[in-house]
Write a protein that binds this ligand. Sequence first.
Ligand code: ADP
Length: 159
Amino acid sequence: MKLAVYPGSFDPITRGHIDILEKTSKIFDKIIIAVVHNINKKALFTLEERVELIKESISHLDNVEVESFSGLLVDYIREKKACAIIRGLRTVSDFEYEATMAYMNKNLLPDVDTIFVMSRPEYIFISSSGVKEAAILGGDVSAMVPLPVEKKLKEKLKQ
Ligand code: ADP
């Protein structure tokens, strides 16, 4: 079985992430979205909220699952016996960071490759941080995030 892992912060999941999943779920037998618990990155949503929002947003993709993890990505990949890491690419500025990460992971785990998937042109500008910033300032983010995220953002920002 061809299993791939799509790691990230997903704070929160956006339509850009879902586009990457819709494309790659046709290529791999199974995909695990691995929500990273990063103590150095201040998140708006808790790990549990991020996982829940992803579950609600990907119910149309039946070979995609979601889990959370902390620690070294390659250890997680090894444990899951995955054959690939999925990452999305928007602009050239993503490339430098992503290439460094991919080479690092390749060095640590030579059997596993990172597969990059280009964003749809209309989603290139979407990022989790941009969505949060716009929502905090009262902007309409409905075109950028799935409905469960839009609702949760409104709820969260009311508090
Ligand atoms: P991280 O903190 O690991 O960068 P993110 O949740 O921001 O986590 O992103 C996870 C992955 O999804 C990254 O590879 C990122 O480039 C990709 N991604 C984020 N937004 C988009 C988008 N709009 N289109 C395509 N890929 C995206």
